[in-house]
Design a binder for this molecule. Structure first.
Ligand code: ATP
Length: 247
């Protein structure tokens, strides 16, 4: 589904090159829920931004659903972002002047049509995420967890091939975080969504099928979840400790 091969990306400040991604290789299968963790500055957001086509990369190949990303004009990139990718950001990015339902419909509005099919999918997502009772309210009138569930529902509006989430639980308390992670799990089990999430939170990551640990622009280790969530959580905490003591 998503393949990243030998991905390299540097930032330049003046003429000085700062390599951030130094040959990253990974694969995310259809229907998988994968987290990326790593120390601050290890390149997690840069990796996500390369996959999102928000920033260009220097070397390597990214393919999504068989289509090679990169080297495309702005119109093609915008089409991929709107039709093949779904995004969930830490600060929700809901529009204050639109209701919860209208916010969920934004990807269809951008596409130019909100037909019966779009309204039906919105109904399905609103029901799936338990936000029927707030659908006609405005973002300022609902809780942080409800705003974040709205953001997850919106990200699924165009049946994206891949849902990308950058610190989706970063600003939330533990109850709301759990709510968001459960909404990802629902999206996966009920809609077959594929989710790629950057997080600092080992608890949130412990719900994933696989966790990729990134360190200094390389994949340090990948852990697969074959056991109970609490056991996987301990394994993750141990691996994170090992990674930080390897300096
Ligand atoms: N636009 C930019 N120009 C120059 N350097 C950048 C730019 N964006 C990020 N960097 C640097 O690249 C490195 C990786 O940044 P990135 O945001 O990918 O890390 P991260 O792992 O997501 O960190 P965090 O966990 O703190 O969000 C950091 O050292 C950062 O300062």
């Amino acid at each position: 589904m998503l393949y990243v091969k030998n991905l390299e990306k540097s930032y330049y400040i003046g003429k000085t090159e700062y390599p951030v991604l130094k040959g990253v290789n990974l694969h995310v299968a259809q229907g998988e829920f994968v987290a990326v963790m790593g120390p601050s500055g290890s390149g997690k957001t840069t990796l996500l931004n390369c996959i999102s086509c928000y920033i260009p990369y220097d070397r390597g190949v990214i393919t999504l659903g068989g289509q090679k990303l990169g080297n495309m004009d702005e119109t093609s990139l915008a089409k991929i972002r709107n039709e093949k990718l779904g995004f969930v950001f830490q600060d929700f990015m809901l529009l204050d002047g639109l209701t919860i339902r209208e916010n969920i419909l934004i990807p269809r509005i951008i596409k130019g049509t909100v037909d019966k099919d779009g309204e039906n999918l919105a109904d399905q997502l609103i029901q799936l995420f338990g936000i029927e009772h707030i659908q006609n309210k405005f973002p300022a009138e609902v809780s942080g967890g409800e705003r974040q569930r709205t953001a997850v529902a919106r990200s699924l509006m165009n049946n994206p091939l891949l849902l990308l989430a950058d610190e989706p639980t970063g600003n939330l308390d533990s109850k709301s975080s759990r709510n968001v992670i459960e909404s990802f799990e629902d999206a996966r089990t009920q809609l077959g969504a594929t989710i790629f999430m950057v997080t600092h939170d080992a608890f949130s990551a412990s719900f994933c099928d696989r966790v990729i640990l990134l360190k200094d622009g390389h994949i340090y280790k990948q852990l697969e979840n074959h056991s109970e969530r609490s056991i996987f959580h301990s394994q993750l905490l141990d691996a994170l400790k090992e990674m930080s003591s390897d300096d």
